[in-house]
Design a protein around this ligand. Structure first.
Ligand SMILES: NC(=O)c1ccc[n+]([C@@H]2O[C@H](COP(=O)([O-])OP(=O)(O)OC[C@H]3O[C@@H](n4cnc5c(N)ncnc54)[C@H](OP(=O)(O)O)[C@@H]3O)[C@@H](O)[C@H]2O)c1
Length: 284
């Protein structure tokens, strides 16, 4: 797979609800992504809900053979648009079935079990039961690979005792490195790590905060790159199985993000960037 894919969450309306403000622009982003050989798109049933999956299917189905579509289960939207837990076995199965329908797929390449939606209280459903649903769906041919999202190191370790894990998708970026122990664990096991909020997230004005950091700005200037590109290049250099899914609703930003594999940070850049001050931001 290419190291840089596309996160489709920004294609829904404001707060990831309803249709995009500019549906033609959203379609153009998806078309351009595939034209530029993006082979990994991250989506989820609650984006819209259903809106993003349906856009992807409308624009890209029948899909290129090499396109990996990843979804996540464990959360849903309530009547007011809030994010709520949907992690009971029947809900996990229903979400996968709905993803299959809306994406017009017979099998989903990668399904991430997303933990912690709707609050930090412990999930009453045991991990083995949740992963059991996903392994059943895999046996039925409805999904190919199982991943984890917003998973602690302990959860990753426990999951590995139950089934092979293809990827971990957690919040991580140059200015939010609290998940470093999980990155290390993925390194140890050769598991792909897919950082969400790689640019700091739209919810917290991420890319603007990155551009305001003097270290990022200076490395960016040296490489004639943007701050966003520098943050993504740092992630690529951080772990060789880091797969990026920056989110955008703009063709220009998509093109900029996909051009990052041409930026090669040297040791001096990496040492400087390793000391970027955390700006915080959402971890869920
Ligand atoms: N597993 C999970 O629970 C979870 C949670 C959140 C997200 N995700 C996935 O991760 C993906 C990435 O996260 P995200 O989209 O929330 O956050 P992000 O990639 O960190 O940031 C997206 C924001 O950056 C802007 N942006 C993108 N490229 C830019 C560029 N080159 N220059 C300036 N601004 C740029 C976007 O605005 P424009 O639209 O204007 O470009 C948007 O506001 C999502 O799309 C989703 O697929 C997963």
């Amino acid at each position: 797979m290419r190291r840089i894919g596309f996160g489709a969450m920004q294609l829904a309306g404001p707060w990831v609800l309803g249709p995009p403000k500019d549906p033609a622009a959203a379609r153009a982003v998806l078309r351009r992504a595939v034209e530029l050989d993006v082979d990994h798109i991250d989506t989820a049933q609650p984006y819209g809900p259903d809106v993003v999956n349906e856009l992807i299917a409308e624009v890209l189905h029948p899909y290129p053979d090499d396109l990996v579509i990843a979804t996540k289960v464990g959360g849903a939207r309530d009547g007011e648009g809030g994010w709520v837990r949907a992690s009971r076995p029947e809900q996990l199965r229903a979400t996968v079935e709905q993803d299959l329908r809306t994406l017009r797929l017979e099998r989903i390449d990668l399904v991430n079990m997303r933990f912690g939606v709707g609050g930090a209280e412990p999930d009453p459903v045991p991990l083995a039961e949740q992963l059991g649903v996903l392994t059943d769906l895999r046996d039925e041919g409805k999904l190919d690979l199982i991943g984890l999202s917003t998973a602690s190191a302990d959860v990753v370790r426990a999951a590995l005792e139950i089934t092979p894990i293809a990827a971990v998708q957690n919040a991580f970026g140059i200015a939010n490195r609290t998940d470093e122990p999980v990155v290390d664990l993925c390194r140890e096991h050769g598991i792909a790590y897919v950082p969400y909020y790689p640019l700091g997230s739209a919810f917290t004005g991420g890319p603007k905060a990155l551009a305001a950091d003097p270290v990022i700005a200076s490395v960016a200037a040296k490489h004639h790159a943007s701050a966003s590109q520098t943050a993504l290049a740092w992630l690529l250099a951080h772990y060789d199985r880091m797969l990026l899914i920056p989110g955008t609703s703009s063709v220009a930003h998509l093109e900029e993000n996909l051009a990052v594999d041409r930026i090669h940070l040297d040791d001096e850049d990496l040492t400087a960037l390793d000391h970027v001050t955390p700006v915080g931001g959402p971890s869920l």
